[in-house]
Ligand binder design. Sequence first.
Ligand code: PMP
Length: 421
Amino acid sequence: MTASTRTHLSPALKQATPVVVDYAAGSWIYGTDGNRYLDFTTGIGVTSTGHCHPRVVEAAREQVGKIIHAQYTTVMHKPLLALTEKLGDFLPDGFDSVFYANSGSEAVEASIRLARMATGRPNIVAFHGGFHGRTVAAASLTTAGTKFRSGFSPIMGGVHIAPFPYAFRYGWDMDTAVAFALQELDYLLATMSSPADTAAFIIEPVLGDGGYLPTPPEFLEGIRRRADEHGIVLIVDEVQAGVGRTGKFWGHEHSAAKPDIVITAKGLASGFPISAIAASTELMSKAWPGSQGGTYGGNAVAAAAAVATLDVVRDEGLVENAAKQGAVLLDGLKALKEQYSAIGDARGLGLMQALEFVDENGKPDAAAAARVQQTAISEGLLLLTCGALGNVVRVIPALVVTDDEMAEGLDAIGRTLKRAL
Ligand code: PMP
């Protein structure tokens, strides 16, 4: 290597914005370019308590001085015990057993491993447009775009993909879409993956990267009924929707369906990497000791930050704030939809909202979504695209977003649409 050779980040990374962060606080990112940006991306739905919430910073800082890494299958540490106890305050009844990893993908993998061990069955049914991660097994459950799976086949076998009730895309009302998707799920169980071979259903409460499509309560309840009937494990992937984001602590709480395994990550520690799966001890004990693990899982600093995050979520009423601000956001987005025919749909739950863009023929318009996302940057607003077809712009404010920030964000979206459409 010569002295002049510079190392660059891999071109395999696709940058959504040119912003380089100097520092960040709450809903705001301050760039090295001297500009400040209203961050409605939150690191893809991660910085739940806003950037650098003082209580999260303090908890992490204090923990760094005590112990950073105490591999939790070697020596246990206090933050993980505290987190496990605290999570019990938020988990559904009967979810008394937790396993920790670092990322959403790892937790998804752990849940698949558990479901297969618990049932002795090989197959997993996921839903079209779902996103469950980028590791090979998680990617094989992911159909939120071919970029997540093509070029590195073969991916994991034993996965079947069932239709998701994407009513807007079909041009149907929701009842018709749900009835169709449940009928096709039955057809799949009758023709492709017999119940005797099916270990688990895995679904997000709101399809995230696949387009911010709330899972209709009746659909989740229909899946639950089939899981009960056939002894299939229902895994709810709350990686993006959990920890208050949808205006309830868990996204699945918008329905009456109770999962068998809950997966959480992203918002759990306000940006520190930690993920978890939770289930009943009865189910969890079907994975024998040593069958789950990992060097860094349940890191002490991340666990301390997670405890502080859950305290802040409770003490500052952030679930309630997500519901309140989410209603304002959805109203604002729906009003904009009335103004622009390029907006085919405005939808979401809580602070997980989106605009879906269509062309003059009503077909998905990914170019319009990209223009909106890019134009917003010069309006001081950070947004992300999503959607299996790339034609959705998602709006993901921090759960601490204030009335003024929400008003400012909606103004910026309005100015952006005027320029970009
Ligand atoms: N599941 C869902 C629902 C997600 O949104 C994501 C991340 N976007 C993942 C799993 C994967 O998480 P990670 O990127 O931490 O592996």
